[in-house]
Design a protein around this ligand. Structure first.
Ligand code: ZN
Length: 140
């Protein structure tokens, strides 16, 4: 087991099943109407338990990031440097993730991103983000 492998339980199973299908899910509260991420069993704003799954459209803007050059926790050690980022999903929630396929020098606050999914070995597909516009670099 590694720190990167999320805990998957009965509650978060739909989230990871959707990710395996290339879909990003949010939780939306039916009491106050606010969406949130990462999934919780109750609304973090009003504590209602009347919260349902909803598919996110997969668009986000970059809020902040930090390039991680060293991380001793597997599997991160083999992956450095990587771009640890916080993005604002189009639906509103802020999400901690990674930006992939974009040079550090090209990162801009507010740049448009789109979700993609990283699959590694036997682990679940993990949502990460790439630049929304293909900039001719041929990166995938
Ligand atoms: Zn609520």
């Amino acid at each position: 087991m590694s720190a990167d492998v999320p805990d998957i339980d009965a509650f978060t199973r739909p989230y990871w099943d959707a990710a395996a299908d290339g879909r990003l899910l949010l939780r939306r509260c039916r009491a106050c109407g606010r969406p949130h991420h990462y999934p919780r069993e109750f609304c973090p704003y009003c504590w209602s338990e009347d919260v349902v799954w909803e598919r996110a459209n997969g668009r986000a803007t970059l809020y902040t990031w930090s390039v991680v050059h060293r991380n001793d926790l597997p599997p991160f050690g083999a992956r450095v440097p990587y771009v640890a980022a916080v993005v604002d999903l189009a639906e509103g929630p802020r999400m901690m993730t990674e930006v992939v396929g974009c040079a550090e020098a090209d990162l801009r606050i507010g740049m448009e991103l789109t979700v993609t999914f990283r699959r590694e070995g036997e682990g679940p597909a993990v949502p990460v983000f790439r630049t929304a516009r293909l900039s001719g670099g041929g990166q995938s």
